[in-house]
Write a protein that binds this ligand. Structure first.
Ligand code: ATP
Length: 466
């Protein structure tokens, strides 16, 4: 269990411009969060790291970027229309609504009354929307499947119970990015014909109408996923699954998460999603307790078979050695960006003492820090210091991009401010930079050790690139 308090992270994030409550100026909108200047940079750094590790650095992975709005058949065929539900209970006294599997239903967590909950009902978490101007259409729900004229175009999920029929204008905000990958499997194979096994990776928004969004960005209604569908020969899934277990641990390491704070939970069959034959939840010791950071699931050929059946298109892969075609099986590592950010912040949040004073800072891995280096003239009213500092700033900005100019307050305050947002280095241009033996050197101050060293300007880029 982490000894960091969630409220310390939430307050630092708001105070320093990482993450704000969504629609804050109008009193907020539950389950939504906005990223400020530092937050968006942190988020991009995490996304870029993921893309580099799992797409750019590998030969067997390819990127895709599918539309958020998809044909409703996608969500019928995938089973989401029928089964993407959470158990909802409502308190008969205060009318508070909760997820039955997340609370003790003998007593209402809001009003404290006992025995106020009835049987849970299945609440579908997809956000429904209408495409085009025909919003008035009636919904027909749960009609039995039938091959007659009236039911033409509707979807039959063999062997599975209810079908939910919708008018053609209905669509959903995607509750996962995965389906955008599956529906493009054929396009990718037909165009670039990769060797198997290969994977398709996608980053993007997902939406779930969570019954009770909570715990900062951990459970949001709008969030970002980074997902991979890795297509394998059915005989190979176990070996490939093990490789992904290792790859996930490497990812956690790259995020700066201590090894002993990441745990594998083998999900028992009764708790697995309907499509999965094996799932490991990777849990992290968040300030709110040990909770799911990301999931790794063996989805069999469930999705491709469904699409094949419903679309009538052949999704078999033809091996290049001429052996028999088959529908590939899939291993899916599914990463939540917000949970990654929350884990990174929790692992980085540190309190220590410097010169007898409490210091609160983010010990972020350098490759994730929103500001790589801050540049300051020792005094902002000395034009010769400012001019030299501007030169150094311009040079570093060209090289690293995320470089901040900081000349506010005294140097101690600047260090504290930069520490608090996790800036690994502060470069200061002082009078020694301008003359004598130390001409053209600057001080570089290290966030973690607070030590300073003099470095030649000409060697600065190399020094900071390490
Ligand atoms: P949980 O059990 O916590 O609701 P889940 O098992 O439904 O999560 P998946 O469907 O496996 O989650 O989604 C994959 C990943 O997407 C999760 O591991 C998580 O990182 C992220 N994720 C899912 N739901 C949310 C949410 N409401 N807010 C933020 N991230 C989420």
């Amino acid at each position: 269990m982490s000894d960091v308090k969630l409220e310390d992270i939430v307050s630092l994030c708001k105070r320093r411009g990482f993450i704000f409550p969504g629609s804050d100026v109008y009193g907020g909108l539950s389950g939504t969060w906005d990223y400020g200047p530092l937050g968006v940079q942190l988020k991009r750094n995490v996304m870029q790291l993921w893309w580099k590790m799992f797409v750019e650095d590998r030969d067997d992975m390819f990127g895709i970027d599918a539309a958020i709005l998809m044909n409703q058949k996608v969500w019928q065929a995938s089973g989401h229309v029928d089964t993407f539900t959470d158990p909802l209970v409502e308190c008969s006294n205060c009318h508070g609504r909760f997820r039955a599997d997340k609370i003790d239903t003998s007593k209402c967590p809001t009003c404290g009354k006992t025995g106020t909950f009835g049987e849970p009902r299945a609440f579908n978490m997809m956000f429904k929307t209408f495409i085009g101007p025909n919003q008035g259409e009636e919904l027909t729900i749960g009609a039995p499947i039938d091959a007659d004229e009236e039911n033409r175009g509707r979807v039959d999920l063999e062997g599975r119970k209810a079908i939910t029929y919708e008018p053609s204008s209905v669509s959903y905000l995607r509750p996962e990015t995965a389906q955008g990958i599956f529906t493009n499997f054929k396009n990718v194979v037909d165009t670039i014909y990769p060797d198997l096994p290969f994977g398709l990776a996608q980053q993007g928004k997902a939406f779930r109408n969570e019954i009770s969004p909570r715990d900062f960005v951990f459970r949001s209604r709008e969030f970002e996923q980074m997902e991979i569908e890795y297509f394998v020969h059915p005989d190979q899934w176990e070996a490939e699954f093990e490789k992904w277990v290792k790859a996930v641990h490497e990812w956690c390491k790259a995020l700066g998460l201590p090894d002993d704070s990441v745990h594998e939970l083998e999900v028992p069959e009764t708790d697995r999603a309907h499509y999965s034959k094996r799932t490991i939840d990777f849990e992290f010791d968040f300030p709110i307790g040990r909770e799911e950071l990301l999931g790794l699931a063996y989805r069999t050929d469930f999705d491709l078979q469904n699409i094949q059946r419903v679309s009538g298109k052949n999704l078999e892969y033809r091996p290049k050695d001429g052996s028999a075609p088959f529908v590939p099986h899939v291993i899916e590592p599914s990463f939540g960006l917000e949970r990654a950010i929350m884990a990174v912040l929790s692992a980085a949040y540190t309190v220590d003492e410097v010169n007898g004073e409490k210091r609160e800072y983010l010990k972020l891995p350098e490759h994730l820090a929103p500001v790589k280096v801050a540049v300051s003239p020792l005094l902002k009213n000395k034009p010769e210091l400012v001019a030299k500092a501007r030169e150094v700033y311009t040079m570093l900005k060209k090289e690293f991009g995320n470089v901040m100019w900081d000349d506010n307050g005294n140097i101690g305050k600047r260090y504290r401010r930069q520490d608090e947002i996790g800036t690994p280095y502060c470069v200061v241009i002082d009078f020694e930079t301008l003359e004598g033996e130390t001409a053209d050197t600057v001080t570089v101050r290290n966030r973690d050790t607070t030590e300073q060293e003099r470095v030649k300007i000409a060697e600065l880029v190399a020094k900071l690139s390490k």
